[in-house]
Design a protein around this ligand. Structure first.
Ligand SMILES: CC(C)(COP(=O)(O)OP(=O)(O)OC[C@H]1O[C@@H](n2cnc3c(N)ncnc32)[C@H](O)[C@@H]1OP(=O)(O)O)[C@@H](O)C(=O)NCCC(=O)NCCS
Length: 261
């Protein structure tokens, strides 16, 4: 189902308070991940605070700010959240494209954000649908967090870059290669199995993770550490995470001349 979503910048107090409340609810957090005062400051400073409205009601929010790295200027997207009733109806995609349009209007050609590599839905959305690329792995990026998504496990994140100039507007997702090597797989007991011995440097690599994050804390921690062990060294040597399927099959590709894919 695709919903008609009206995207616009948020600036007045009530709208910004509603955006703070929505993000707090989506992250199942006790304290607002983006407090109202900070939301207000971001809006005032010309950073990106966007709302996605469906039939006049706030259904999703994006918060980002401009930054810079060795490749030049970028928008760092700090939080994108869609309220539960509208998930899977196209609001998230509309908001990401709203972020893209906002950037292109300002001459910004790249959006960066971090996401949890154990959350297959997000990986698929980011890489498989939008065409972003995972460029680096960050173990325990935020330190311990106490919200519904992060409680009890290290907050590992992958940094994604979404290049907005290919084909004039935004990239197409990479075609999925078929690697010979499955470095990480799902065992019969649901726990990770590593096949590190089969790895040849320079080859495409497949990793498999559970499509839905495991519910029990020991298993999710086991997966966190196994995925880190497989992914972090590869990404440190220049591998890029280029494809993610909705069934939890990931592909990492070795460094190429074309750093984007
Ligand atoms: C991630 C998020 C923003 C996506 O928003 P959304 O409105 O659900 O996304 P859309 O409906 O636009 O769907 C985008 C794609 O994801 C897919 N998708 C949606 N829900 C899915 C689910 N539960 N499982 C797997 N894929 C799903 C859609 O099928 C669509 O792909 P398609 O074009 O192949 O159909 C939303 O789920 C969310 O707010 N999650 C919690 C906060 C969060 O994790 N933010 C992102 C941090 S990177």
């Amino acid at each position: 189902m695709v919903t008609e979503v009206h995207i616009r910048e948020l600036a007045d107090t009530k709208e910004l308070q509603a955006a703070t409340a929505l993000i707090t609810k989506v992250w199942q957090a006790e304290n607002p991940p983006v407090p109202f005062t900070f939301m207000r400051a971001l809006s005032q400073a010309g950073a990106q605070v966007l709302g996605g409205y469906v039939e006049g009601r706030l259904a999703g929010v994006a918060v980002g700010f401009q930054g810079r790295d060795a490749q030049g200027s970028l928008l760092h997207s700090h939080a994108v959240g869609v309220d539960e009733p509208w998930r899977g109806t196209g609001v998230g995609r509309a908001i990401k494209f709203g972020q893209r349009d906002w950037c292109l209007e300002r001459g910004i050609k790249r959006i960066a954000w971090t996401f949890d590599p154990l959350r297959v839905h997000n990986a698929y959305f980011n890489l498989g649908r939008l065409g972003a690329v995972g460029v680096s792995y960050h173990a325990d990026f935020y330190g311990p967090m106490n919200d519904g998504f992060n409680r009890g496990i290290p907050t590992d994140r992958v940094l994604a870059h979404w290049y907005l100039t290919q084909d004039g507007t935004s990239p197409t997702p990479c075609a999925a290669p078929s690697p010979d090597v499955t470095l990480l797989d799902i065992g019969d007991d649901g726990w990770p199995t590593s096949n590190a011995a089969t790895f040849r440097s320079g080859a495409d690599v497949r990793l498999r993770v559970p499509p839905t994050p495991p519910a029990d804390p020991p298993t999710v921690l086991r997966w966190r550490l196994a995925l880190r062990e497989a992914m972090e060294p590869l990404m440190h040597t220049g591998y890029r995470w280029t494809t993610a399927a909705a069934d939890g099959t990931y592909v990492l590709t070795p460094p190429t001349e074309d750093a984007q894919h």
